[in-house]
Design a protein around this ligand. Structure first.
Ligand SMILES: NC(=O)c1ccc[n+]([C@@H]2O[C@H](COP(=O)([O-])OP(=O)(O)OC[C@H]3O[C@@H](n4cnc5c(N)ncnc54)[C@H](O)[C@@H]3O)[C@@H](O)[C@H]2O)c1
Length: 240
């Protein structure tokens, strides 16, 4: 197998789907996992180089089963931990089960994926892991506790894994997207665009291209870091 073997979680829609497309476009073989795909390992009709698999990153048994399915590929070169969800509610209304659901998906998910895929990543060529965090790891609006905490955890998990997995030659980085509009039908106002230093809201390919770069040999000196991709929103100083 000469092609790079790339695993993307949450690959069915949004940023994850753009990450899948970007790696396919540069000639990789991609295995996309999402809880909304059809059951089993399915070779896509859209591309011979794309496989889909239904699984839930928050569930150890499902991640372990996915790992067993991946054995036929022999190795994994790139893991993009993208699957994530958000529940935004006032603290008084946020149920403990909801807190657990967000943390288990956004933080335990990347941990489980990395833990179970590690033997395959250790066999990878120029192996690397890219975790999708969020600018909400560093800044908050009200009522975002579970999501912000999970993404802060992803940033910390990233540098921790980078240190631990360096002994296997595995680089680990994260990307913190700002506002990425994945819905092409979304009605965005001029104000939405203009508040960004670059004059527009982000699109999924803004994140996908960065994933391809961070996974490339040209990024071989980059590990343990966070790349903020937010059109400049988080460097703006605002006094109300
Ligand atoms: N869109 C943004 O503005 C933005 C900003 C910052 C960070 N992010 C992060 O980027 C990632 C992708 O966001 P998006 O906007 O594309 O979201 P999205 O909701 O459009 O897509 C998320 C995908 O992940 C899948 N998924 C969710 N939970 C899963 C689970 N437990 N197991 C397997 N698959 C699961 C969903 O089915 C869906 O296909 C998330 O981690 C999100 O937190 C997004």
């Amino acid at each position: 197998m000469n092609k790079r073997i790339v695993v993307v979680t949450g690959g069915k829609r949004g940023i994850g789907a753009a990450v899948v497309d970007a790696f396919l476009a540069q000639g990789s073989l991609v295995i996309a996992l999402d809880r909304d795909f059809s059951p089993g390992l399915v070779r896509s009709e859209a591309s011979q180089d794309l496989y889909t698999y239904r699984g839930d990153v928050s569930q150890p048994i499902e991640v372990q089963a996915f790992t067993e399915v991946l054995q036929e590929f022999g190795r994994v070169d790139v893991l993009v931990n993208n699957a994530g969800i958000g529940i935004f509610k006032p603290l008084e209304d946020l149920e403990i089960d909801e807190w657990n659901y967000v943390l288990n998906t956004n933080l335990r998910g990347p941990f489980l994926m990395t833990k179970f895929l590690l033997p395959l990543l250790r066999k990878g060529q120029n192996p690397s892991i890219i975790n999708i965090a969020s600018t909400r790891a560093f800044q908050s609006e009200p009522n975002t506790e579970s999501y912000s905490a999970s993404k802060g955890g992803v940033v910390a998990l990233t540098h921790s894994l980078a240190v631990s997995l360096s002994r296997y030659g595995i680089r680990v980085n994260c990307i913190s997207p700002g506002w990425i509009e994945a819905n092409p039908d979304a009605e965005l106002t001029n104000e939405d665009h203009k508040q960004h230093l670059v004059g527009r809201v982000g699109v999924p390919s803004d994140i996908a291209h960065a994933c391809v770069y961070l996974a490339s040999p040209e990024a071989g000196f980059i590990t343990g870091t966070n790349l903020t991709i937010d059109g400049g929103m988080t460097v703006k100083m605002i006094y109300v």
